[in-house]
Design a protein around this ligand. Structure first.
Ligand code: IMP
Ligand code: MG
Length: 185
């Protein structure tokens, strides 16, 4: 059997660091929304699913959840810039306090598209929470209200993030050995 742990070069952010930071983010979000009765967390699939589940479970205040899937990189590691909704929300967000939960902001195209699409539906408020940020890769400027970690320009996997749909289940953020990418030429 192929052991995915054997493909790891090094761990960039371990489980402990992730959970500590996510607890801080949950506290910050609860403080900022303490005067608001309504809060809807929107998870951007697939990469945001583990972050959403940990962040949501660290919060004590009531909040609703919904999911949205947008097109990503396919099997490569470079963004095409073209973004598409693959699965939309189950409910309207008009008048609601919406917080978008994303795994990583890289070029910024995905979140820029999400932001414009969701704003057009007239939410009461719209903020973005991303676990990871690669500032050196930004092509479009997107305001991000909650940020877990700035990371260097490395392709990372784990904690929801994939390479070719694999490695999402790793409980930390890691960089793969270069030979794993070799077949891409
Ligand atoms: P952006 O549109 O370039 O900002 O890219 C955002 C999306 O690309 C994320 O939601 C991820 O699905 C994917 N992505 C960007 N960087 C990485 C990475 O280092 N590892 C895995 N997926 C990534
Ligand atoms: Mg992906």
């Amino acid at each position: 059997m192929h052991d995915i742990y054997a493909d790891i070069d090094y761990i960039l952010i371990d489980e402990n660091k992730l959970q500590t930071r996510i607890q801080e983010l949950a506290g910050q979000i609860e403080a900022d929304y303490q005067d608001d009765e309504d809060l809807l967390l929107i998870c951007v699939l697939k990469g945001g699913f583990i972050f959403l589940s940990d962040l949501s479970r660290k919060m004590k205040r009531p909040h609703a959840l919904d999911f949205m899937a947008v097109s990503s990189y396919g099997s490569g590691t470079e963004s095409s810039g073209a973004v598409q909704i693959i699965m939309d929300l189950k409910q309207p967000i008009t008048g609601r306090n919406v917080l978008v939960i994303e795994d990583i902001i890289d070029s910024g195209h995905t979140l820029n598209y999400m932001r414009r699409t969701l704003l057009a539906r007239n939410p009461a408020s719209l903020r973005i929470c991303t676990l990871l940020n690669k500032p050196s890769r930004r092509e479009v400027d997107v305001p991000v209200e909650y940020l877990g970690f700035d990371i260097p320009d490395e392709f990372v996997v784990g904690y929801g993030l994939d390479f070719d749909e694999i490695y999402r289940n790793l409980p930390f953020i890691a960089v793969l050995k270069s030979e794993v990418f070799a077949h891409l030429g």
